[in-house]
Design a protein. Structure first.
Length: 480
């Protein structure tokens, strides 16, 4: 199955003559070759109709997912649905769709508002002449005459079947253009460049991962050409220009995706031999874990897998400056786990993905507070304020023997002195084998509580000596 599960059907004729719920149809979706996906975890299709526009998930009792010897031992998704109204059109999908038309309608709505801090332009057109839109969100003085402003680039929907990426991106855009004090403060200091739909042809045609030519764009960053990859080529030119300009400072490149087998939201980053660069690289994921309830630190990992050299994260970290942080942000197609009841929540309401986009935007303020770009006296996000309240407890409280009498201080590469508290554990991550594929997992060793630089003879990409850190089965959270 190389297309997203989405189809429509009119209720069978004669449904009104039967008792409600008696017109039942069994659907069999065949040729599913992916080994690991959320259907094995109990995920079920969603449905809506003409008179009931809200998406609802089918109950687990009527959904079955199994291997079929008659279909080359591939998986088959079978579910039963009872049509209850005649002349009603029913829509079925595996996750909430987000079309190219919906994206254009959202951008046109922003155009009609005439906001001075939002500018919409066309980077290029796709092979079928669809727009590749670029949104610039910042304070109006920064639009034409930026003065050493920080730049954050957001990319979304390079894979057409990953509709949650568009919901997250829309939530981020709506927050950044709003009158919220945090959004206003970010616009004063940061320039946001957002490409909301990287693969417009693939989304319009209903593909799962590919473009019009059947190319996976997230594997083609190395050999992108204007003829076969016009959208990638245009974004590469944009990033190259931002990387070379002297009046702005490119800080982030975020590529937003959805994941079909892991739960919650998590980040894939890069690993570096430069310890201080790696320390700076893991700051943002740690801050996002404090602000987003659905963030899954256990699945957040950092690697430099050669097989992923064609992805945006791997290609851009090698071609842009060392100060640029390139991440891939994933959000589950299914839902996320919680520590309190209900212990699992589906991403069934659009508000969940929108909220993650807002939390991503809020975390930028926390990050720029940490690095000193935005003064600490200005407002921060609720998560940062809560942590600040914990740190401002009275000094006369009794401390345990493990609490040092004086807080150690170290100098960052930028020259600022930062106080290190005992609960801010420094972690050193060594990736021995990793992959972003669904059927493989990374083995990572975390040396917690050991000061940087790492022990002699230990570097990124090499297994740690015997006795250093826990084994790969522990995989503690990257929050400190």
């Amino acid at each position: 199955m190389n297309t997203p599960l989405r189809f429509s059907m009119r209720s069978p004729i004669g449904t009104a003559l039967l008792r409600p719920g008696r017109q039942r149809v069994i659907f069999n979706i065949v040729n599913i070759s992916k080994k690991k996906n959320h259907l094995l975890d109990g995920m079920t299709p969603i449905v809506r109709s003409t008179t009931r526009p809200k998406w609802q998930r089918l109950p687990n009792q009527v959904v079955h997912y199994y291997r079929s010897p008659e279909h080359r031992n591939h998986y088959v998704l079978s579910f039963t649905f009872a049509f209850d109204r005649e002349e009603e059109i029913y829509h079925f999908a595996l996750c909430r769709p987000y079309s190219y038309s919906r994206c254009q309608a959202h951008l046109e709505q922003l155009d009609r508002k005439g906001l001075p801090h939002v500018r919409r332009e066309v980077l290029t057109v796709s092979l079928q002449q669809r727009r590749l839109d670029l949104l610039t969100i910042t304070a109006s003085p920064n639009m034409d005459a930026p003065l050493n402003q920080r730049v954050v680039v957001i990319l979304a929907r390079v894979h057409p079947g990953e509709a949650p990426a568009s919901f997250i991106c829309q939530g981020l855009i709506d927050f950044l253009v709003s009158s919220h004090p945090i959004a206003v403060l970010l616009r004063d200091h940061v320039i946001f460049k957002v490409v909301p739909m990287m693969n417009p042809d693939g989304v319009f045609l209903g593909n799962e991962r590919c473009s019009l030519l059947g190319i996976d764009l997230n594997r083609g960053w190395i050999d992108a050409t204007p003829l076969s990859h016009p959208t990638l080529d245009a974004v590469q030119n944009l990033l190259a220009d931002l990387n070379q300009r002297k009046d702005v400072h490119l800080d982030f490149v975020f590529d937003i995706h959805a994941h079909s087998s892991l739960h919650g939201a998590f980040i894939y980053g890069n690993s570096y031999d430069d310890v201080y660069r790696f320390e700076r690289h893991i700051v943002y994921p740690k801050l996002l874990a404090q602000n987003a309830e659905d963030f899954n630190s256990l699945d957040t990992m950092y690697n430099r897998d050669p097989k992923k050299a064609g992805t945006a994260r791997r290609y851009l970290c090698a071609t842009l400056k060392d100060s640029v942080n390139c991440y891939t942000l994933f959000a589950s197609l299914h839902g996320y786990r919680r520590d309190s009841p209900p212990y699992f929540l589906n991403y069934s309401e659009e508000g969940s993905d929108y909220r993650l986009g807002r939390n991503v935007a809020r975390t930028y303020l926390d990050y720029y507070h940490v690095v000193g770009v935005i003064p600490l006296g200005l407002p921060a996000s609720p998560g940062a304020l809560k942590r600040a309240g914990r740190r401002s407890r009275p000094r006369h409280r009794r401390r345990s023997r493990s609490w040092p009498s004086r807080e150690p201080r170290r100098r960052t590469p930028g020259g600022r002195l930062v106080a290190l508290r005992p609960h801010q554990v420094q972690c050193y991550c060594v990736i021995t084998s990793s992959s972003e594929d669904d059927d493989e997992e990374a083995e990572a060793y975390f040396l917690a509580g050991r000061p940087f630089p790492p022990p002699r003879g230990l570097r990124l990409g090499v297994s740690p000596p015997r006795g250093h850190g826990p084994g790969p089965a522990h995989r503690p959270a990257l929050t400190g």
